[in-house]
Design a protein around this ligand. Structure first.
Ligand code: ZN
Length: 315
C-alpha cells in the first residue's frame, strides 16, 4: 500500500480535513539509521503533520518544521512541499522510552516537554514566514494544534500516531488535521466534537486497514467531499552544488585547514545518506571561490563606505 494524503471539505464547506498515511515513507527514514521505536514514533508524527502542512501550500512553496525539545532525540527536522514530497531526520535516532505498564511508546520523554517548534514557510516571497511556539505537551499532536490555533489563528484539531512492530518498523503511521473555516457554525462545532470524541486513535484505525477516506468518513459522519488525493513519497533535494555552497560558506580559513590537514572532504547528507566526496583539487577550487567572494564583498563594502563618506562631505 503506497502512502498518500487526502484533502476534503466537510459540513457544507465549513470544515477542512487533511488525512495522511505515511508508513512507508517513515520506514524509508527509519531503516537507514536503524531507529529505535519511540524515536521512530516521534519522527513519524512530525513527518505526518509536515506532509499535511506541505499539502496546504501551492506550486513551488515549501515548509520546514524544526522541533527542538530538551529530550534525548535532539532536533527533529522535516521538509515538505505541495506535491507530497517529504524528508526528515533527527539528531539521535537511538532513543527509546515507553510509558510504564501500558506498553505505549513515550514520545514526550523522547522529544522533551520544554523547548520550541518553529515552522518556516518559503512562500516564494522576499522573506520566509516563520512561526514559533513553545512545546506545551511533547506528545506533538496537541503541540501542533496549539501552533495552528496561536500562530496561524486557525482553530484546529491535530491527531498523529505511529504504531511500531517488534522488528522496530512502523506498522502504521499517519494523522489528520481538522480545521474550522471562518463560516463554521456552533452546530457544526458541536457535531464535530461528538464525532471526534468517539474516534479510536489514528494509528489503530490505519493498522486495522482503514484508508484515509474511511477516517475522513468517520470524522465527517460521511458529510464531506474529497478535494484532492496526493501520493506521498520520501524525496531528498540534496545535491553536490548545495554542499559546494555549504563548503564555500565555511570561508577560506577553514577550507585551508581542511586542505592541509585532510586533503579531502567526505560530506554525508543527514536526510538521505548520500555521500559527496571532494578531493584536494576540488577543495582548492572552492577555496579560491571563497576567497574571491570575500574580495568581492570587501570591494562592495569599500564602495559603500566611499559613497557614505562622499555624502558626508556634501553636507
Ligand atoms: Zn540528501
Amino acid at each position: 500500500m503506497n502512502d498518500y494524503l487526502v484533502k476534503a471539505l466537510a459540513f457544507d464547506d465549513q470544515v477542512r480535513i487533511y488525512c495522511v498515511r505515511s508508513t512507508n515513507t517513515l520506514n524509508t527514514i527509519g531503516e537507514r539509521l536503524n531507529y529505535y521505536p519511540s524515536a521512530l514514533a516521534a519522527v513519524g508524527r512530525v513527518l505526518s503533520v509536515g506532509t499535511m502542512m506541505g499539502a496546504m501550500l501551492k506550486n513551488q512553496e515549501t515548509v520546514t518544521i524544526n522541533v527542538h525539545g530538551n529530550g534525548p532525540i535532539g532536533k527533529i527536522i522535516v521538509d515538505a512541499n505541495a506535491h507530497g514530497e517529504v524528508r526528515g531526520y533527527c539528531d539521535n535516532p537511538h532513543v527509546h522510552f515507553e510509558y510504564h505498564n501500558v506498553g505505549k511508546l513515550n514520545v514526550r520523554d523522547t522529544v522533551g516537554d520544554t523547548g520550541f517548534i518553529s515552522v518556516i514557510k518559503d512562500l516564494q516571497l522576499k522573506e520566509p514566514f516563520i512561526g514559533t511556539i513553545p512545546i506545551i505537551n511533547g506528545e506533538l499532536g496537541e503541540d501542533f494544534a496549539y501552533y495552528f490555533n496561536v500562530s496561524e489563528q486557525v482553530p484546529s484539531a491535530v491527531s498523529l500516531g505511529v504504531l511500531v512492530g517488534t522488528d522496530n518498523r512502523a506498522i502504521a503511521a499517519g494523522g489528520f488535521i481538522i480545521q474550522l473555516l471562518p463560516n463554521a457554525s456552533e452546530e457544526v462545532v458541536d457535531k464535530l466534537e461528538k464525532l471526534i470524541a468517539n474516534l479510536p486513535s489514528v494509528s489503530s484505525l490505519l493498522s486495522n486497514g482503514e484508508s484515509c477516506e474511511d477516517i475522513i468518513k468517520r470524522i465527517s459522519g460521511n458529510d464531506h467531499r474529497i478535494l484532492d488525493t496526493i501520493p506521498v513519497t520520501f524525496k531528498c533535494n540534496c545535491s553536490r552544488e548545495r554542499f559546494e555552497k555549504g563548503l564555500i560558506s565555511l570561508g577560506p580559513g577553514e577550507l585551508e585547514e581542511i586542505i592541509t590537514s585532510d586533503g579531502k572532504a567526505d560530506v554525508v547528507c543527514h536526510f538521505c545518506g548520500n555521500e559527496y566526496h571532494f578531493d584536494k583539487e576540488q577543495l582548492e577550487g572552492l577555496y579560491n571561490e571563497a576567497k574571491a567572494s570575500i574580495v568581492a564583498k570587501a570591494s562592495i563594502d569599500a564602495k559603500a563606505s566611499k559613497e557614505t563618506s562622499n555624502e558626508a562631505k556634501d553636507e
